[in-house]
Design a protein around this ligand. Structure first.
Ligand code: RIB
Ligand code: CA
Length: 321
């Protein structure tokens, strides 16, 4: 079997594509899905995650709900303006009802129990705010030894999407992000906007997905609000698949090219709150620092775009292209 994977998510249209990518990939052992507030409120992200797994006929995958707000400072902004009132363009009702109950005890307990039970280290793909992952590390010292990699969709080296400085997932809970990225407990891969903004898919790609069968047609049907937003951003009929880019790296290591650099998160309450500061200087330049950062994060900086888009379509449609 291939990659043992847990996804922590705030569906969200691009999360929907990322969850389906993992759920439909035969070389992925999707051990659990945990949910977090973010694009919409926790109740909606949780129901959406359950129904997306039902769509993919993956009722074998346990789901547990996690944090409904950040660790320290409240963050009430949701992205329903982009993802729709229910997080899925207001069309989550086209999805099947979940065939199983939520796992009781919450996300951190499910994460810890699955990690402890696994017979090899597990990859975690957080594609929403990092609150659950920081809580896991705080509540379970040493759990990092059970984690192979944490492949995060988040951050921005040049400019953000929620503020000039910050990307939504990191901006939502900067303290959590700093703990995960700079705490030194886990090996992180950070997939920032700088790369995901170059990986948009277009109407032709979506048309192929929609024509591939009932799952592809349902995923496409969830996109209208999100696609309308990105039509104005991109200037053509397409959309960003931020989270699917990160999950692609989680399940196909190396599909993204990365550089190992220190990353710090701005946690002050100023205009740069939530900024991810990647130190792109050479190791020699950094060595002279008063406090050279020992923790390195693999920051995704490039990919073969056509190969990535083909990979995503092949996995989501179940047919080689
Ligand atoms: O900034 C993009 C990220 O924020 C994606 O994960 C999207 O789903 C939203 O959560
Ligand atoms: Ca997300």
């Amino acid at each position: 079997m291939g990659t043992k994977l847990i996804i922590d998510t705030d569906p969200g249209v691009d999360d929907a594509f990322a969850i389906a990518l993992a759920a439909l990939s035969e070389d992925v052992d999707l051990l659990a899905v945990t949910t977090v507030y973010g694009n919409v409120a926790l109740a909606d992200t949780t129901r959406n995650a359950q129904r997306l797994l039902a769509l993919c006929k993956r009722d074998d995958v346990p789901v547990a709900a996690g944090a409904s707000r950040p660790l320290v400072h409240p963050q009430a902004h949701r992205a329903s303006r982009i993802h729709g009132p229910d997080g899925l363009s207001g069309r989550s009702d086209i999805l099947p009802e979940p065939a199983r109950e939520l796992v009781s005890g919450g996300a951190v307990a499910l994460l810890a129990s699955v990690l402890e039970a696994a017979d090899e280290p597990v990859t975690i793909a957080p594609i929403g705010p990092l609150t659950n992952i920081a809580a896991l590390l705080a509540a379970h010292p040493g759990i990092g030894e059970k984690i192979a990699r944490v492949v995060i969709m988040g951050g921005a080296l040049a400019h953000g999407n929620t503020t000039a400085a910050a990307e939504f997932n990191i901006w939502s809970d900067p303290e959590a992000a700093q703990r995960v990225l700079a705490g030194g407990e886990v090996h992180c891969v950070l997939v920032p906007l700088d790369l995901t903004h170059r990986c948009a898919i277009d109407a032709a790609w979506l048309a192929q997905l929609a024509a591939s069968g009932p799952i592809g047609a349902a995923l496409d049907a969830l996109t209208p609000d999100y696609r309308a937003h990105y039509r104005t951003v991109l200037g053509y009929d397409g959309m960003m698949v931020h989270d699917a880019v990160a999950v692609a790296e989680a399940i196909r290591p190396g599909i993204l090219r990365t550089e190992a650099v220190p990353v710090q998160v701005e946690c002050s309450y100023g205009p740069a709150r939530g900024a991810t500061l990647a130190d792109l200087r050479s190791p020699g330049q950094r060595a002279g620092d008063a406090h050279p950062e020992a923790v390195l994060t693999d920051v995704a900086v490039d990919t073969e775009l056509a190969e990535l888009q083909t990979f995503l379509l092949e996995r989501l449609t179940g047919t080689p292209r």
